[in-house]
Design a protein around this ligand. Sequence first.
Ligand SMILES: [Cu+2]
Length: 86
Amino acid sequence: MTLAKLAREIHQAVTERRWTRDKPVRLNFRREETASCSKKVIIAAFNKSADLPTGQQVAVELLPEQPGEYEFACPMGMFRGRLIVE
Ligand SMILES: [Cu+2]
Protein backbone atom coordinates (compact mmCIF):
# COMPACT_ATOMS: atom_id res chain seq x y z
CA MET A 1 0.00 0.00 0.00
CA THR A 2 1.43 3.33 -0.96
CA LEU A 3 1.81 6.18 1.45
CA ALA A 4 -0.49 8.36 -0.64
CA LYS A 5 -3.20 5.74 -0.50
CA LEU A 6 -2.81 5.38 3.25
CA ALA A 7 -2.97 9.09 3.73
CA ARG A 8 -6.16 9.25 1.73
CA GLU A 9 -7.69 6.56 3.87
CA ILE A 10 -7.18 8.36 7.11
CA HIS A 11 -10.06 10.68 7.49
CA GLN A 12 -10.19 13.54 9.87
CA ALA A 13 -13.10 15.86 10.32
CA VAL A 14 -13.47 19.03 12.29
CA THR A 15 -16.95 19.17 13.72
CA GLU A 16 -16.73 22.51 15.45
CA ARG A 17 -15.47 24.97 12.95
CA ARG A 18 -15.88 28.17 14.83
CA TRP A 19 -13.38 28.86 17.50
CA THR A 20 -14.22 30.85 20.57
CA ARG A 21 -11.61 31.42 23.19
CA ASP A 22 -12.09 29.22 26.26
CA LYS A 23 -14.20 26.80 24.31
CA PRO A 24 -12.60 23.51 23.33
CA VAL A 25 -12.32 22.53 19.69
CA ARG A 26 -13.20 18.93 19.05
CA LEU A 27 -11.42 16.95 16.36
CA ASN A 28 -12.95 13.65 15.39
CA PHE A 29 -10.53 11.11 14.00
CA ARG A 30 -11.53 7.93 12.29
CA ARG A 31 -8.88 5.51 11.20
CA GLU A 32 -9.90 3.50 8.17
CA GLU A 33 -6.91 1.27 7.67
CA THR A 34 -4.72 -1.02 9.73
CA ALA A 35 -1.13 0.10 9.25
CA SER A 36 0.50 0.15 12.67
CA CYS A 37 1.89 3.57 11.89
CA SER A 38 -1.52 5.17 12.16
CA LYS A 39 -2.66 3.60 15.40
CA LYS A 40 -1.89 6.77 17.29
CA VAL A 41 -2.21 10.48 16.64
CA ILE A 42 -0.05 13.04 18.36
CA ILE A 43 -0.90 16.70 18.70
CA ALA A 44 2.41 17.98 19.95
CA ALA A 45 1.50 21.62 20.53
CA PHE A 46 -1.13 20.54 23.04
CA ASN A 47 0.86 17.71 24.55
CA LYS A 48 -1.92 15.32 23.59
CA SER A 49 -2.15 11.97 21.92
CA ALA A 50 -4.87 9.43 21.28
CA ASP A 51 -5.03 5.80 20.28
CA LEU A 52 -7.00 5.23 17.09
CA PRO A 53 -8.59 1.79 16.83
CA THR A 54 -9.51 1.00 13.24
CA GLY A 55 -13.05 1.97 12.31
CA GLN A 56 -13.76 3.79 15.53
CA GLN A 57 -14.33 7.49 15.91
CA VAL A 58 -12.10 9.10 18.49
CA ALA A 59 -12.71 12.64 19.66
CA VAL A 60 -9.89 14.81 20.88
CA GLU A 61 -10.63 18.13 22.51
CA LEU A 62 -8.16 20.96 22.30
CA LEU A 63 -8.19 24.40 23.80
CA PRO A 64 -6.22 26.74 21.56
CA GLU A 65 -5.14 29.83 23.44
CA GLN A 66 -4.26 31.81 20.38
CA PRO A 67 -4.64 31.74 16.63
CA GLY A 68 -2.12 29.67 14.79
CA GLU A 69 -1.50 26.44 12.93
CA TYR A 70 -1.31 23.28 14.96
CA GLU A 71 -0.04 20.07 13.42
CA PHE A 72 -1.14 16.60 14.27
CA ALA A 73 0.62 13.51 13.02
CA CYS A 74 1.31 9.85 13.54
CA PRO A 75 4.24 9.10 15.89
CA MET A 76 6.68 9.01 12.97
CA GLY A 77 5.33 12.07 11.27
CA MET A 78 4.25 10.29 8.09
CA PHE A 79 0.57 11.13 8.26
CA ARG A 80 -0.03 14.75 8.95
CA GLY A 81 -2.81 17.19 9.27
CA ARG A 82 -3.20 20.69 10.52
CA LEU A 83 -5.65 22.56 12.66
CA ILE A 84 -5.81 26.21 11.65
CA VAL A 85 -7.14 28.60 14.27
CA GLU A 86 -7.98 32.08 13.02
CU1 LIG B 1 3.95 7.09 10.91
